[in-house]
Design a protein around this ligand. Sequence first.
Ligand code: SAH
Length: 343
Amino acid sequence: MIDIFSLTKDDLKNIIAEHKMENYRANQIFSFLYKRGVDNFDDIYVLKKEQREYLKSHFSITRPSLKTISTTDDGTKKYLFQLKSLEHIESVLIPMRDDKFTICISTQVGCKMNCKFCATGKMGFKKNLTAAEIVSQVMFIMQDNNLKNSPNIVYMGMGEPLDNYDNTIKSLKILTDPDGLNISRRRITISTCGIVDGINKLKTDFPNINIAISLHTAINAKRDKIMPINRRYNINDIMQSLKDFPLPRRKRITFEYVMIKGFNDTKEDEKALLKLLSHQKSKLNLILLNKHEFLNDNIQPSDLESINSFAEHLRKKGMFVTIRDSKGSSINAACGMLAVRTS
Ligand code: SAH
């Protein structure tokens, strides 16, 4: 059985062609699956009976099963799902201004990157999600909240999307398919710790989406200490690969920067950031470090005053700086806090 949510429309066209089904049938199937949300091939009534039977015997429609939803006062909802393989993943729905929503999705169970401040890294790596498992997080949350307008999608949940490259690309093709959910590329952001090979491939395989780099310091020697990946691809390699990154029109590359007290919030760090980002059309997003039980004692959040003055200094020099309010931290839904506690 093939999980039908794992297939791009082209994949589906190729497979059903062997059964003498025309290309437009794939469009119809996509539209019923994603737009109408059917969970049974019998409900795709525009198909002939024997075509529905063929689908039933070759494909499955699986959804992750919901374990729990936790909600905070600001409306952030964390979803805990159980996969068919019994592992758990988390996804988050974040309300934005003007009735808009962002859905934060996971791409792996656990993570190999082992960034020192991140909870997900501490649980180790369990497996890559299939494209179906990535896509169905969005499907489930959109249906559960009756979202009619296209949400923003951020690949900022558990795992490193570019370390699960093929399935991430497939999921992007499926989410943006005009016959399916039809989510605009402008609304999608891939966040990466800086897997340069993946960034380079993304430029041709799926251009014109937003990219966020988890930078956290502009100084290589410091980055080596908190992000082991920096010893393989350092800051210069990342910047080089971003030079010709094809963004959606009028968008900037986001650099994420978790503020760690006394470590990356000093004058030296301001200078290094200015030097690094002055040539790049960028946005620096300062993030309050979220505390969690896996955090080492010597990693503490910077205080709000230093975050504000850090931002102010950089703005004065012409940088575009935002400070992210960390929604959902009381339910462990905020950045870097997704690690499954099911016991
Ligand atoms: N692996 C990808 C996708 C995860 S995104 C990446 O690294 O970009 C999750 C974001 O939260 C990353 O920017 C990550 O560095 C950040 N993060 C990790 N731990 C955090 C913590 N304790 N507090 C705040 N942000 C954290």
